[in-house]
Design a protein around this ligand. Structure first.
Ligand SMILES: [Cu+2]
Length: 176
């Protein structure tokens, strides 16, 4: 405010430009960001002992989001408590990637935990690695994997996350 006043006194010619800027910034603020649309690009069937790309495309209001926070969580069916978190790195055009390797045949799941402009969405996908013996695959504990309490423990990096995660379940349900 002091600087603005100084400019007003010292450089009156800049006053118009300065005022314009402030007005447009104020106009943008009340817009509510939309729920990000997150499309998982990782194939549903992959090979074992190979580098596998975990990838997701993030869009919001029809536009690529290049400053989202994307975390890929991967776990073997029924073993959510042993899940691995990986930070997605922006490649370009709203596509985020990380790599992992599946060292044995199995049914796996992944979440793409995504926060774009403060709004969270987290699609889930099943990934079959190799040729698992389906009679030996542990059933996925849907209750555990959908528990938002668990999620918060896993990726509550900052306090603002908590509020966002309250919306998780709702968002997910709306999505399907
Ligand atoms: Cu999440």
């Amino acid at each position: 405010m002091k600087k603005w006043l100084l400019a007003l006194v010292a450089v009156p010619a800049l006053l118009v430009g300065c005022g314009d800027k402030k007005e447009s910034a104020d106009l943008k603020e009340p817009e509510m960001p939309q729920i990000p649309e997150v499309e998982i690009l990782t194939p549903k069937e992959v090979a074992i002992n190979e580098t596998i790309e975990l990838a997701a495309h993030v869009e919001q209001g029809g536009e690529n989001v290049d400053d989202a926070i994307v975390q890929f969580e991967v776990w073997e069916s029924g073993k959510r408590d042993e899940s691995k978190m990986m930070d997605g790195k922006l490649e370009k055009d709203g596509v985020y990637k990380a790599t992992t390797t599946f060292d044995h045949d199995g049914v796996y799941y992944m979440f793409a935990h995504t926060t774009a402009n403060g709004v969270h969405n987290m699609p889930k996908q099943q990934i079959t690695a190799g040729k698992p013996d389906m009679t030996k695959v542990l059933p996925e504990d849907e209750k555990a994997s959908n528990s938002m309490d668990d999620n918060m423990m896993n990726h509550g990096n900052d306090t603002s996350d908590d509020a966002e995660h309250g919306d998780h379940e709702k968002n997910e349900e709306n999505h399907h």
